[in-house]
Design a protein around this ligand. Structure first.
Ligand code: NAD
Length: 492
């Protein structure tokens, strides 16, 4: 049985409800994960509230030093963290390692964040009057994270919440919860004061208790769109600051002037890497012209068939299992839906040679997908790529802009004019130009548009600092001589 992490230590759960954590490569249960009960939730809140009293008064240097020490320990422990991710999530060790590094990038950014906490100062806004702003902590912040990045996404949240002087409660996915505990162990080994980070396991009930708790001030959520909407509505109704990032359907537009070899190579990794379980995975390729589509498909088919399928622990594996049997069933259902809708399933992942046990499926490719089809409109979240054929650039752009999701979109072209127009007019939050997965670096901010996000301000980068602080504006007067305070609104 896994523990929670409350007030600086692992705590055995007394909760009655639990779920099972699986090894996806074997399809076998590893151990149960307990769901926090009301008393455990209150203990975490109490610890975070008490810790905030001192932590919010700590010096910026003290906070930055903690982040430096945390970063060093994370780097030292990459192999252990990657092993844990591979065991519970299923992804390959190389992919797990890369995702931890993308998380560490934000810890690195947090080390220098005191620079961003400097505020504005206007001298002499009136006679003897100065005006300045302070960015202060909010209090207890809550982060609810999805199964697909058990280290990276939490590391996009709490290093910034903490450097801003807040305390944090992390509710990881119940599908792969152990990495969250390892991360918390490392933060405390780095010297964190007790209670600044707490980890509670659970499902909907624990989430709902946290996001409506009167002492919680801000909620960061990453997960499916359906749950993101619920989080946004519930937490806002309880007067929290909320950012809720949802699902995606990411397009890659391949123009008729693109280097098709380069595009096919990039699309293969971006569509099937991490078995398609990335919120920035490419799930739709829009080709301008049949010639472009034929050339692309011709290159993708043999490359897909050569992908090595197996356990993430095997260094030769490229296509690891899906994380859950639910995920596997969903992918299989969508393959049937696509066939019924009339799309052409030119590579069927169900035919691939796969290990006997575990949540495996091969890579699939649909061609001649049309805008009204469900396999295009809905998120599949697995190794399924849809190819669409547009007569021209304007039609392709209009399809992308009409799509309900707006996380990421890429374009492959050799024309600077088209690339510039695309970046300007596409209704999408993160755009790649000859870059298939345009996840911004840690010192820029991450976030989609449309149904891929509810609330404002992105994750990490400057938006992260804004999200985890509130502005106080001071107007100060130190007069040399006494003045009359009048009844009229003061002007300067
Ligand atoms: P999910 O929405 O099922 O779960 C996310 C978190 O919410 C988990 O911690 C889970 O325990 C909790 N949860 C689940 N149902 C809930 C409910 N009814 N009420 C309250 N809490 C609930 O998502 P997932 O399956 O873990 O992750 C995959 C999804 O996340 C995909 O849709 C993917 O696109 C999305 N995602 C989005 C981003 C992004 O940045 N936009 C990043 C990663 C993943």
């Amino acid at each position: 049985m896994l523990a929670h992490h409350i007030n600086g230590a692992r705590v055995t759960s007394t909760g009655a409800e639990c779920a099972s954590v699986y090894n996806p490569a074997k399809g076998e249960i590893l151990y149960p994960v307990p769901f926090a009960n009301q008393s455990e939730i209150e203990k975490a809140i109490e610890a975070a509230e008490k810790a905030h009293q001192q932590w919010s008064l700590s010096s910026l240097a003290e906070r930055a030093r903690l982040m430096f020490a945390f970063k060093q320990l994370l780097e030292k422990n990459i192999p252990a963290l990657a092993e844990c991710i591979t065991l519970e999530h299923g992804k390959t060790r190389a992919d797990a390692t890369a995702s931890i590094q993308r998380g560490i990038d934000v810890v690195e950014f947090a080390c220098g964040a005191p620079h961003l906490l400097k505020s504005s100062y206007s001298e002499r806004v009136g006679r003897d009057v100065d005006c300045y702003g302070l960015r202060q902590s909010l209090g207890i912040c809550v982060g609810i994270t999805p199964f697909n990045f058990p280290a990276m996404i939490p590391l996009w949240m709490y290093p910034l919440a903490l450097i801003c002087g807040n305390t944090f409660i992390h509710k990881p996915s119940e599908k792969d919860p152990s990495t969250a505990l390892l991360l918390a162990d490392l933060l405390y080994e780095a010297g964190a004061p007790d209670g600044i980070l707490n980890v509670l396991h659970g499902g909907k009930e624990v989430v709902d208790a946290l996001i409506s708790h009167p002492k919680v001030k801000a909620v960061s959520f990453v997960g499916s769109t359906k749950v993101a909407e619920h989080i946004y509505q519930t937490a806002s109704r309880h007067h929290k600051r909320v950012q809720a990032f949802g699902g995606a359907k990411n397009h890659c537009l391949v123009m008729d002037d693109a280097d098709v070899d380069d595009a096919a190579n990039a699309i293969l990794g971006a569509a099937y890497g991490s078995t398609g379980q990335r919120c920035m995975a490419i799930s739709v390729v829009l080709c301008v012209g049949n010639k472009t589509a034929d050339a692309l498909v011709e290159r993708l088919i043999p490359a897909m068939k050569a992908l090595v399928i197996g356990s993430g622990e095997n260094d030769r594996t490229v296509l690891a299992p899906l994380t859950s049997s639910d995920g596997l069933n969903r992918v299989q259902e969508y393959l049937e839906i696509g066939i019924k809708e009339g799309a052409n399933l030119i590579v069927d992942g169900r035919q691939a040679s796969i290990p006997e046990k575990g949540f495996f499926i091969g890579a699939s490719l649909f061609d001649h997908v049309k805008p009204a089809m469900r396999i295009y409109q809905e998120e599949i979240f697995g190794p399924v790529l849809c190819v669409m054929r547009a007569p021209d650039y304007e039609t392709a752009l209009s399809w992308i802009n009409a799509h309900p999701y707006g996380n990421g979109a890429a374009i492959f072209t050799q024309s600077g004019e088209i690339a510039h127009d695309y970046a300007s007019r596409v209704q999408i939050g993160m755009v790649g130009i000859n870059v298939p997965i345009p996840v911004p670096v840690g010192y820029h901010s991450f976030g989609g548009w449309k149904n891929s996000v509810f609330g404002d301000l992105g994750l990490h980068g400057p938006d992260g600092i804004q999200f985890y602080t509130r502005l106080k504006t001071i107007t100060a007067r130190w007069p040399k001589t006494k003045q009359n305070h009048g009844f009229t609104l003061p002007t300067h």
